[in-house]
Unconditional design. Structure first.
Length: 213
């Protein structure tokens, strides 16, 4: 598996724009600020936007069936767990700055401890200045897996503790854990565990995703 720095995180269906081709010379934090302004100006668009660590603007089409349902059902289950056990759950519309690598990414679902959430300032109209503790990416039917693996590696390099890459077409899940260089592959698991990061969180991946693909 190639490293995140060598691999693109743009899905096959995305439009990738290099700001330099538009005459934008900003880099680093300045480019991230311009990117957030761009997102705010296009907040009513159905398209979704991310900024890669390499400074590429990635414009992704809306999520259609069955992926929209997958994200929705996972978000409900994660949100209900967070209401009972604490922390902050967010869906695919939330944007997070990656402090170690740069870039602004939006996982399909995420969860952050209350302590981390409260420690960082949250400004209206800005992205969250940290990587969540738990992240999920769900492969759409026509997406290539390689960009998603690269994206998961970026989350882990930015101090995520646990990550799920769910591959519905093949009924597989790749589990990323802090301190591990490679993910664990699960073939057709009926459920997924939040382990010690999200205690007592169990997601029925077969019911809510695999059997609805």
């Amino acid at each position: 598996m190639t490293t995140a720095a060598e691999s693109s995180i743009a899905p096959d269906s995305a439009l990738v724009i290099h700001p330099q081709s538009l005459g934008v010379t900003a880099t680093g934090c300045e480019l991230e600020k311009l990117f957030i302004e761009f997102c705010n100006q296009n907040s009513q668009s159905a398209w979704r936007f991310e900024l890669s660590p390499q400074g590429e603007i990635i414009i992704m089409p809306p999520v259609h069936h069955p992926g929209d349902g997958h994200e929705h059902d996972l978000g409900i289950e994660l949100g209900l767990w967070a209401r009972e056990f604490g922390g902050v759950a967010r869906g695919s519309s939330a944007a997070f700055q990656m402090p170690a690598t740069g870039g602004t990414l939006s996982p399909d679902a995420s969860w952050t401890t209350q302590e981390k959430w409260d420690f960082h300032p949250h400004l209206a109209g800005d992205s969250h200045p940290f990587c969540p503790d738990f992240v999920v990416e769900i492969r759409s039917t026509y997406d290539n897996l390689a960009p998603l693996h690269a994206k998961m590696q970026i989350y882990m390099r930015n101090h995520a503790l646990l990550g799920w890459l769910i591959d519905p077409p093949n009924r597989r899940v790749y589990i990323y854990r802090v301190g591990r260089t490679e993910p664990e592959l699960l073939e057709g698991p009926p459920t997924l565990s939040g382990e010690n990061i999200l205690p007592r969180f169990t997601f029925d991946v077969a019911r809510w995703i695999f059997d609805r693909s």
